[in-house]
Design a protein around this ligand. Structure first.
Ligand code: CA
Ligand code: CA
Length: 299
């Protein structure tokens, strides 16, 4: 099994990044990832404002997928996410939403044991590991790993966990997949500017889809189909996610436009992924069973 170690870190999704490794479709690949602070916060006396910001948001990779060409999609099966035994959170005045209430910085180390983390030595929270940053290289201008977009990137979607399948666009030969920024757990919104930031290992299997009707980024969980969109505002991101799913239902799954909109209004859920990054990310969640009722098969 191919393993990409965490010293293969990039700080932008960039077609110029040399591949850390090459893989044939269908092979298992392990990405070892560092936390979003680059592992710099190891003691609660250290504050976010004092660390090296050039080393923030490392993504492990990129991985060159043989046969992936512009116009294809990558189908990334997330088989497992293993997390370290300690996470970290840091906040600061003006950062995120809750930073408006702060006058000083704080760092909290979060021991993880038996599927739960502990905050401030008291609060016990069940973990639900997820991938914050995962994306392909855009064509042309590079995108920092801290920014989400059509290529994926820093979407901070807490649904991207083990047992899900993520579809990403391919813009450049080999796709150049990279990922990082695992969270042991994070609520919708990521309101304090971070989740339970943690290092770990992600095992994936990647396929190249030569023709796909799906909008991207697009996620399948066992129960839900999820269109993800990022935009300068939450309003725009939410609208884009809704309309991506509406178009899929009406153009491809064969529903008329009224029925597609009505079903989305009845059983679709618009949710915020994150509201704290340079672009905001929302998603439209829709039960898979309605696709199955019309005989639509996901690629
Ligand atoms: Ca993030
Ligand atoms: Ca993060």
């Amino acid at each position: 099994m191919l393993t990409i170690t965490r010293d293969h870190a990039v700080y932008a999704m960039d077609e110029k990044n040399p591949p850390a490794a090459k893989v044939q479709p269908g092979e298992l690949v392990v990405f070892e990832t560092e936390d979003c602070f680059g592992g710099q916060l190891t003691d609660e006396s250290q504050k976010m404002g004092a660390i090296d910001w050039a080393a923030i948001n490392p993504a492990t990779g990129p991985l060159y997928v043989e046969g992936a060409m512009p116009g294809d999609q990558l189908k990334v099966e997330i088989l497992s996410i293993e997390i370290a035994d300690r996470g970290v959170m840091a906040d600061a005045p003006g950062e995120g939403v809750t930073g408006a209430a702060l006058t000083d910085e704080a760092t909290r180390l979060l021991p993880v044991e038996n599927g739960r983390l502990t905050l401030s030595g008291f609060w016990s929270v069940p973990v639900r590991p997820m991938i914050g940053v995962i994306g392909t290289a855009p064509a042309g201008e590079a995108v920092p790993t801290g920014t989400p977009g059509a290529h994926g990137g820093n979407m901070d979607c807490n649904q991207i966990g083990a047992g899900t399948v993520l579809y990403l666009p391919v813009y450049v030969p080999g796709a150049l997949l990279a990922m990082g920024d695992l969270h042991a757990v994070m609520g919708d919104g990521e309101v304090a500017v971070c989740g339970a930031e943690i290092a770990g290992r992600v095992t994936v299997r990647i396929q190249v889809i030569k023709w796909s009707p799906l909008p991207t980024p697009f996620l399948l969980t066992p129960e839900k189909a999820i269109a993800i969109a990022s935009a300068p505002t939450l309003d725009q991101a939410a609208n884009d996610a809704v309309m991506a799913m509406h178009q899929l239902l009406s153009d491809t799954a064969g529903l008329d436009e009224h029925t597609a909109g009505s079903l989305l209004s009845l059983v679709g859920d618009v949710r915020i992924c994150q509201m704290v990054d340079p672009a905001k990310t929302c998603r439209m969640e829709f039960p898979r069973r309605y696709f199955e009722q019309v005989g639509f098969r996901f690629p």
